[in-house]
Design a protein around this ligand. Sequence first.
Ligand code: SAM
Length: 225
Amino acid sequence: MGELFVVPTPIGNLGDITYRAVEILKEVDLILAEDTRTSGKLLNHYQVNTPMKAFHMHNEHRKLEEVISKLNSGLNIALISDAGTPGISDPGFLLVREALSQRLKVSCLPGPTALIPALVQSGLASDRFVFEGFLPPKKGRIKRLEMLLYETRTLIFYESPHKLLKTLTQFREIYGADREVSISRELSKMFEETFRGTLEEAIRHFNTHTPKGEFVICMAGFYNK
Ligand code: SAM
């Protein structure tokens, strides 16, 4: 039986990939990529010539059976996403769950993901944390935020630039203006920046500095400055 390798890829800087990740990508029989054009650039850079097929949120249900039968027939397959670790706010979970239910071997390589550098450089408590990923866009959003009101662990959210101010404003309403946040953008890229301060200060900052790029919001837990 073949093995499924979940392979993290850079979140910006092309150099942020492990030697082992490149080796595995060269050795496997097939690479499943979220976007074959995006991943093609990375694979070219590292001279990986392994055949590649698309595996993304629009076809993952449909492709599941085919991928599992390839693994069952002995092919080794690597799963990559556009950036970071597959399965972390990216496709991957369904395939991992299905492969495990068929008693196939699954290995996730350690590697890049945006939440960890954002948390560690936030200066907020990093011994215990909660990763919330993207908030629901509409239905259930406020309820989710209210459920986190008394959460004492550091909270981590992914957010898009055009929703950042709206989200920070909702946070202020629910968690109070003094709650500490650290907001990292464009991690590992040319315009990487981290803003640290209260929610009130963050809103003031992003009202005068239009949010651009990719963002991770880290917020102190309840009574946990
Ligand atoms: N799989 C990825 C990971 O392991 O972090 C996450 C993919 S998710 C579709 C994309 C979101 O991750 C972005 O909207 C942003 O919130 C966060 N992100 C990814 N790369 C980032 C970066 N270089 N700087 C800041 N945030 C980033």
